[in-house]
Design a protein around this ligand. Sequence first.
Ligand SMILES: Nc1nc2c(c(=O)[nH]1)N=C([C@H](O)[C@H](O)COP(=O)(O)OP(=O)(O)OP(=O)(O)O)CN2
Ligand SMILES: [Zn+2]
Length: 141
Amino acid sequence: MLQVTKIFRFEMAHALQGHAGACRHVHGHSYQLHVTVRQEREQEGYLPGAGMLIDFKELKKLVKEAVIRRLDHQLLLSGDYLAANPGILRQENLLVLEAEPSAENLLLFVRNAIREKLPAGIALAKLKLYETADSYAEWVL
Ligand SMILES: Nc1nc2c(c(=O)[nH]1)N=C([C@H](O)[C@H](O)COP(=O)(O)OP(=O)(O)OP(=O)(O)O)CN2
Ligand SMILES: [Zn+2]
């Protein structure tokens, strides 16, 4: 199956309520997100027109609007975290998630946000979210 991937970077802070270690405190990551899309239906011949599944530029615009602009330089926390630490509600760049903002849950947020925006005939195939250089979560169709 034909697939194309675009890589994005963004900076975000988070804290994991209930984590036994240091990750329960607010801290930041330089995230790297790999977005892979594929044809909804496999085709035998070459691609028509400019020969693109989706223009990398279009994929970039779509993901930037759906995800990167919403997360970059934000502080992402759960409702549970805020209930336990109400003082942080004054943060200007606060974004609230209905679950703990682990790499896994963040990836589910990203999956839903991108799916809503994909053009007809294109499906999300794979997402990889690096929290650090050697830790990543992956979602595969
Ligand atoms: N399954 C998950 N485990 C952890 C997550 C997560 O999102 N999913 N998140 C964290 C922390 O937020 C943070 O990312 C720390 O991750 P870690 O790989 O442990 O980071 P370090 O590079 O500091 O770890 P080393 O011990 O230096 O390898 C924790 N776990
Ligand atoms: Zn973290």
